[in-house]
Write a protein that binds this ligand. Sequence first.
Ligand code: SAJ
Length: 418
Amino acid sequence: MSFETISVIGLGYIGLPTAAVFASRKKKVIGVDVSKHAVDTINEGKIHIVEPELDIVVHAAVTEGYLKATLVAEPADAFLIAVPTPFKGDHEPDLSYIEAASKSIARVLKKGNLVILESTSPVGATEKMAAWLSEQRSDLTFPQTHGEDSDIRIAHCPERVLPGHVIRELVENDRVIGGMTSKCSRAAIELYKIFVEGECVETNARTAEMAKLTENSFRDVNIAFANELSIICDKLDINVWELIKLSNRHPRVDILQPGPGVGGHCIAVDPWFIVNQTPEEAKLIHQARKVNDSKPNYVVNKIIEYAKKLKTKQVVCLGVAFKPDIDDLRESPALGIVFKLASLGYSIKLVEPNIEVLPELLDAAGCQLVPLEVVFKESHKQVVSILVAHKEFKVSEKLRHVSPLDFCGVFPESTECV
Ligand code: SAJ
């Protein structure tokens, strides 16, 4: 198959880098998004999200004429859908963005096209997407009814890149390619081989969907284990960081790090897709979610306990991002901790080296963004707690000496670690 024009639907954290990398390989790329702001920004050669190196790749792709963004889908040889799959209600996956994206491309589909679902999805979502496409286009044949002879090829190829390292990981990581038929898989492999230097491994769509959910659930369960250990160790007066370091010296043990909870848009979301589909069976995965979701509350209680000891209502929180060395505050456990303390009448100062202006909601909650130096003034009259292991905190000798409540092992040898 020849892929000269590639369309990417959804120009967010995954779609935009993917579109830009295809364009950097001199393919004509049409990016489609419902946000006029995103479309206009990209067409100016700029980006509307934060990701290292992405600005350079997008700028080059747009100025050289290989990438353009539009609000309405146009014909192409291959379509990649990379829209969000959040959950709604009681952790039920919300496929409405995939449905809307499918309907938006159905109109321009033609015989020989390849459609790929990249969005992290519950098992069966690719089949649903195929059904939505076929409902719209009864003049075309699809793999669910015509197998290898279908006019349209369909596959699920989940993204697996780590925010902050997207451009490198897109190229270097192996890809799981799950076609609805073997011909579909082979077409998708050919497409990804345009820029993927890792291996493209063939499977079916359902296994590919489950592989992605499994990877993130594995990480969630491992972090839950570490978080549970941290609570047990606190009770037994053991330094959890030392404990994990020692245990990890075993050749077959590799425990992750405890923290104030699990944030971001993936690890805290994807395991629910498995729990939602198989609630009776997914007991461990469900319990891990509960352990990680309850950790911020545990942290709040530890801070309150310490504040009572110091007879203060002043708390300094170090870090608000959802993980170290990024500026992304969305779905951050630290944010939840800060809001809870503010609602209980604590006066909160925040140190977040990765942002310059406090988001409105934090401002409205009475929080103040301050430089790290503030911590060293009257530190005995305030609870200093580390919520994110940013590099700026790790190198501060002065910070080590104020004995902060360290919830993420910035100073692992300290006895105040919890
Ligand atoms: N965290 C811990 N302890 C650890 C590691 C992480 O508490 O030892 C916390 C982080 O602080 C953060 C959360 O977990 O709050 C998630 O961070 P992360 O770095 O583990 O993962 P994400 O959400 O940035 O990216 C994950 C990655 N998945 C895996 O590593 C299996 C990435 O490869 C996926 O592409 C991404 O999810 C996604 O989009 O699904």
